[in-house]
Design a protein around this ligand. Structure first.
Ligand code: PMM
Length: 263
């Protein structure tokens, strides 16, 4: 899954793709580099970020979704708002990627049921302005799994089909650097839910913490690609990344290694 953030202030690529034409061109590059899905978002979730106005989020996201969908590209919309999700589905999105797993907007779960979307439910404990203080866990891998299982129950109760649900541990959301590594080291616990798992480690602070202080954002792409391979080996269904090319190449190596032949 390649990230197309149409935002002026995103965590890791903020401002780079902040207009429709540039966002579309960037997404097409990501597809050429091997992305299977483009994840289009109009609201930054970086730590401390303020909410974006709903009308502005729609204005950013819908034309970009429509353009990709018209070219036959699988699109997910990265939003916590039901209205944005519904508009994106009407514009051709297939997947709703909700970092709040329905907790930020009471209308989201019914909207997922109504639209028949595939839904990414990410582990989330609160909005970006306060998520960093919500990181107390006794056993993080088990609590992430159990809190997501509750959200899955809510989705089932609303009529969302089991085979339309994907779960995501929400790396960096209400988690310290070491807590992210613990979740990754025990990804099998989350996989125990029996649902596809999406991993979003790309360029996050805990990846940067492995690097020298003066390392750039782009320096985070190699370690991100390694995390992509290790996630795949741990059974992940997908990885959400900014630098698709590095991850694609790394995954190609893993496939060749495992199959004993190229491609
Ligand atoms: N991370 C970000 C945004 N959306 N969606 C999912 N499913 N999982 C994530 O980990 C995730 C996400 C924040 O990262 P960005 O600002 O670099 O895009």
């Amino acid at each position: 899954m390649g990230v197309v953030n149409v935002t002026p202030d995103s965590f890791s690529d903020g401002g780079d793709w902040f207009d429709v034409d540039r966002a579309v061109a960037h997404g097409l590059d990501l597809v050429a580099e091997g992305a299977d899905i483009l994840d289009v978002g109009g609201e930054s979730t970086r730590p401390g970020a303020a909410r974006v106005d709903p009308a502005e989020e729609l204005r950013r996201v819908v034309p970009v979704v429509r353009e990709f969908a018209s070219r036959g590209i699988r699109v997910s919309v990265d939003t916590m708002r039901a209205a944005t999700a519904v508009a994106a589905m009407e514009a051709g999105a297939e997947i709703i990627n909700d970092v709040s797993a329905g907790l930020a907007d009471a209308d989201m779960v019914p909207a997922v049921a109504d639209t028949g979307a595939t839904y990414v439910a990410m582990h989330w404990r609160g909005h970006s302005d306060r998520m960093d203080v919500l990181n107390t866990y006794a056993d993080i891998a088990v609590e992430v799994r159990d809190e997501l299982a509750q959200r899955v129950d809510v989705l089932h109760a609303a009529g969302v089909a089991h085979d339309r649900i994907i779960v995501d541990p929400g790396l960096g959301f209400s988690k310290t650097g070491d807590q992210n590594w613990e979740v990754l080291a025990r990804l099998d616990v989350l996989a125990g839910l029996g649902l596809p798992v999406l991993v979003g480690a790309s360029r996050k602070r805990f990846i940067g913490a492995l690097l020298p202080d003066d390392a750039s954002m782009a320096d985070r792409d190699l370690p991100t690609a390694v995390v992509s391979v290790l996630s795949a080996q741990a059974g992940a269904w997908g990885v959400r990344v900014h630098d698709v090319l590095a991850t694609r190449r790394a995954l190609d190596v893993a496939v060749a290694w495992q199959s004993g032949r190229r491609g």
